[in-house]
Design a protein around this ligand. Structure first.
Ligand SMILES: [Zn+2]
Ligand SMILES: [Zn+2]
Length: 346
């Protein structure tokens, strides 16, 4: 099969690798019909998260079951499915309590040794362990491109909005209008906020956020704190969702939240650290939530329903559709922020 292979930092190739196959009785092999490049793939691309030469990448995919192991009960050859970006056991305490991202056997597709050495899904075939848990059946009326992000970015945004505690009439600020922020903005609308402000440095991303009904704020043009303050009688936002995963985005979130407001930290942090003025946070009575990785299995039925009903429309975020053979170009475009989201067709 052909797959995207990591050769070296910022050097990817598309070439033949051994076919993915059923290795354990609960595995399924999925023939990928569409796959996408995720922001977290760029950590591997840049070598911030380690891959060895020859490792394959990718963790967002839809496809059709090619082969199912003897223990797979819910799926059969030919079924259309969405793949979960995180691979969990479905059976430990955390999985049984809807906290799947904290699974005792947590693994990631296409994430090299840290992800449990599973192959990636930017490939013609992908092996999915515990297939009954890690695949979601796809109704025939939902096309591939509308379902593709349900296994990761879309459901992460949906989860971020759902856990932020948005109430009717709230002022909501979303820091970061990349793919996760884009889905977060759409999901936030379902909670009937007064207004959603989208804060980002990229004009293309802000234009998309505006299309989804948000008010765009570009910190290069005006201070986010001023922009939010103006619309809230000087108070600040009731709820802020940090959807970037950098110290400066986090600081912006703290700057724009009101006293007694909630900040949900959804962006992915790895080794960053900052000093926190405990007294200031305490006096401001801030409510902080660290989202962690999205427990996608606990939320993807609901987010898929939001797609089916039209409450979330993923199509506008797709800027590029490329054959798998042009994946290296897709990575370069996405990395240079010349693409908002790249879909690859094997
Ligand atoms: Zn991802
Ligand atoms: Zn588990």
């Amino acid at each position: 099969m052909r797959a995207i292979v990591f050769d070296d930092i910022e050097t990817l190739a598309v070439r033949e690798v051994p076919d993915a196959r059923v290795e354990a009785p609960g595995d399924a092999v999925v023939r990928v019909t569409a796959t996408a490049i995720c922001g977290s793939d760029l950590h591997f691309y840049h070598g911030k998260a380690p891959l060895s030469p020859g490792d394959t990448l990718g963790h967002e995919a839809v496809g059709v079951i090619e082969e199912a192991g003897p223990d797979v009960k819910r799926f059969h050859r030919g079924d259309r499915v969405v793949v979960a970006f995180n691979i969990v056991c479905g059976n430990c305490w955390f999985c049984l309590h809807q906290e799947n991202a904290l699974c005792e056997e947590f693994r990631n597709l296409g994430a090299g040794p840290f992800g449990g050495d599973l192959g990636g899904c930017q490939a013609e075939l992908v092996r999915v362990p515990y297939a009954d848990t890690n695949l979601l059946a796809l109704p025939s009326e939902i096309e591939d491109e509308r379902a593709l992000f349900v296994g990761d970015a879309l459901t992460t945004g949906y989860y971020g909005a759902a856990i932020a505690g948005i109430r009717s009439g709230d002022t909501v600020a979303v820091v970061g209008a990349g793919p996760v922020g884009f889905f977060c903005i759409q999901a936030a609308m379902a909670f009937d906020p007064e207004i959603v402000l989208a804060i980002d440095l990229e004009p293309d991303r802000l234009a998309l956020a505006e299309k989804m009904g948000a008010v765009a704020v570009n910190p290069r043009e005006r201070s986010p704190q001023m922009a939010v303050s103006e619309r809230t009688g000087g108070r600040g936002a009731d709820v802020v969702i940090e959807a970037v995963g950098t110290p400066s985005a986090y600081e912006t979130a703290i700057d724009v939240v009101r006293r007694g407001g909630a900040v949900s930290v959804l962006g992915m942090f790895v080794t960053e650290s900052i000093e926190i003025p405990m007294g200031v946070y305490w006096a401001r009575a801030l409510r902080l939530t660290f989202a962690g990785l999205c427990p996608v299995h606990a939320w993807w039925q609901r987010s898929l329903e939001a797609v089916r009903s039209g409450a979330i429309d993923p199509i506008p975020i797709i800027s590029h559709r490329l054959p798998l053979s042009r994946a290296p170009e897709g990575y370069a475009l996405f990395d240079a922020r010349q693409a908002t989201k790249v879909v690859l067709y094997p």
